[in-house]
Design a protein around this ligand. Structure first.
Ligand code: 5GP
Length: 118
């Protein structure tokens, strides 16, 4: 059984981070190692380890995640220029933190979705 991650401590404000939005369902904070001028992680407050663990009970929560993402994109001034939302899952997806999260990336031309294909 996997254990909760550092993101739970950020959500509970037990360790510092730059939180840009929080409500009773989700928390959004700036990535510690940003890959773009805007790089914000939007995280369910409830621990869901990976996209594989999403169930029917999570439909409302994950819809809310996208609503919050679009609101933050507008607040950050990147809604019109555009942005990327992505979720990594497990090893091949490059997931490092096993608490489901949506990356919101923007503020520059992000280029092709994948670096290379093989
Ligand atoms: P993943 O690869 O799991 O999709 O992405 C995890 C992200 O979490 C990475 O972009 C990484 O920089 C970020 N991250 C890891 N630890 C911390 C932390 O303690 N604080 C913040 N703000 N971001 C973190």
């Amino acid at each position: 059984m996997a254990a909760e991650t550092i993101f739970s401590k950020i959500i509970r404000r037990e360790i510092p981070s730059e939180i840009v939005f929080q409500d009773d369902q989700v928390t959004a904070f700036r990535d510690i190692n940003p890959q773009a001028p805007v790089h914000i992680l939007i995280v369910p407050n409830r621990w869901i380890p990976t996209a594989n663990d999403v169930g029917a009970d999570d439909e409302q929560l994950l819809g809310h995640l996208f609503v919050v993402a679009s609101q933050i994109a507008a607040q950050q001034g990147i809604a019109e220029s555009g942005y990327r939302l992505l979720v990594n899952c497990n090893r091949d997806g490059g997931q490092e933190v096993f608490h489901l999260h949506l990356h919101l990336l923007g503020g520059r031309q992000l280029g092709p979705m994948l670096l290379r294909q093989s």
